[in-house]
Design a protein around this ligand. Structure first.
Ligand code: ADP
Length: 390
């Protein structure tokens, strides 16, 4: 007895090996752990004298070499058990008043260690999240760069193909060879290269949207004009799939507003061509609209296979087709024809560049029940072209 708390701490410093936490003292104590414990006791003593737990900062900074999860967890566990050990020893060796006093002095250090370790773990995780975010951004950037480079590279050989096809047509005409078989092959080549040109132009649009380079040509326009062009353009596809398209008139469809008619047509076409693709033969598509305060709302409603709620936002991200990727194909209007997954991202980019919004509602995906999907587009009504259009 006769030992006070300061003596006890001094004794522990001197015979630190004996007082190391269980984990360390069981076998041979590595030299490093011994030094670490000595250093800890030194900072602890100073901290107790000043009643200031932040004295431990120096210790933490020196010994916490690697702040990755596992090491940090072990490290702080070790510090905690050393502190608990000191309290236990003081209870065994000191009169209760003395040991209670020392325990009271040590508690803030225990609390501080835990606080420090939580801060450390949080900071570490935050860093990892930031790194993850940065690498995702880099990936997205290189994806977008790739799309743009590939699209431009594909244009040249495509132009060659188109050129040769049209030369062949001319030669056939000049030579008066009206061979139906050859003409059919040429039509096939034209429709193939037309489809390829469409995909390339979608790729370029997507990369312009990604890089905020989409420029809009604002002119006074009427929605009814855009919608009737949609009606005309899709008639052949609708007929071939036995689908009906109804376009409702609504108050406001003849009001003049400034927007880029070609781009809005493109956005709505993408939505309508999806409605055709994802509705079984014989189904119905309805385009409805209304004038709201400052906006037109256009709805494209189909009674097709529908979209599961978790996918209802994903489908607006580029290349995010849902379902079986092996059905990547052909037609823009074949049932479940598939495609590169650029239609909706482009529609979204165009509508948002106008200051509008696009979203979908659907009860879910079911090819038998066909719950259908409703795409909503909000397009601002503008009496004048916006001040700066870029
Ligand atoms: P793509 O049609 O080229 O695959 P989109 O960006 O146009 O790409 O559409 C993305 C995905 O959203 C489609 O693959 C499809 O799974 C789903 N989708 C889009 N419109 C509809 C719709 N009207 N009904 C059901 N699913 C749809």
């Amino acid at each position: 007895m006769g030992m006070d708390s300061r003596d006890l701490l001094g004794k522990i410093v001197l015979e630190i090996k004996e007082y190391l936490p269980e984990s360390a003292s069981s076998s041979e104590i590595p030299q490093i752990e011994f030094e670490m414990a000595e250093d800890f006791m030194l900072h602890l003593q100073r901290g107790i004298i000043d009643s200031d737990p932040t004295h431990l900062d120096l210790f933490f900074e020196r010994w916490l070499v690697d702040d990755t999860g596992r090491h940090a967890a072990q490290f702080f566990g070790w510090v905690n058990s050393l502190l608990v050990r000191i309290i236990e020893i003081s209870q065994a060796e000191l009169p209760s008043e003395e040991s209670n006093q020392l325990a009271a002095q040590l508690f803030p250090f225990l609390a501080y260690t835990n606080h420090y370790s939580i801060q450390n773990i949080l900071a570490h995780n935050l860093n990892r999240m930031k790194e993850g975010q940065a690498s995702l951004e880099r990936l997205d950037k290189s994806k977008s760069d790739f799309i743009s480079i590939a699209a431009h590279e594909l244009k040249t050989p495509l132009t060659l193909l188109e050129g040769y096809t049209s030369m062949m047509r001319e030669i056939i005409e000049q030579k008066n060879i009206f061979d139906e078989h050859i003409l059919m092959l040429l039509d096939g080549m034209d429709s193939g290269s037309g489809r390829l040109r469409q995909i390339i132009s979608d790729m370029i649009d997507v990369s312009m949207i990604d890089n905020q380079l989409l420029s809009l040509n604002y002119q006074p326009n009427w929605l009814v004009k855009v919608l009737s062009k949609i009606d005309q353009d899709f008639q052949p596809a609708l007929r071939s799939r036995s689908l009906s398209l109804r376009i409702n008139r609504f108050s406001g469809d003849e009001s003049v507003s400034y927007f880029d008619a070609d781009r809005v047509f493109q956005a709505l076409s993408n939505i309508v061509s999806n409605a055709i693709k994802y509705t079984p033969d014989g189904g119905k598509i309805l385009i409805d609209g209304r004038e709201l305060d400052g906006f037109f709302e256009i709805m494209v409603i189909d009674n097709g296979i529908g979209i599961d709620p978790p996918n209802q936002t994903i489908i607006f991200d580029k290349f995010q087709r849902i379902g079986d990727i092996t059905v990547h194909s052909s037609g823009k209007t074949k049932f479940k024809g598939g495609g590169p997954g650029l239609g909706l991202p482009i529609a979204k980019g165009i509508i948002e560049a106008h200051g509008g919004r696009i979203w979908v509602e659907s009860a879910g995906y079911d090819e038998l029940v066909c719950p259908g999907s409703t795409f909503h587009v909000l397009l601002p009504i503008l009496q004048n072209p916006p001040a700066s259009t870029n």
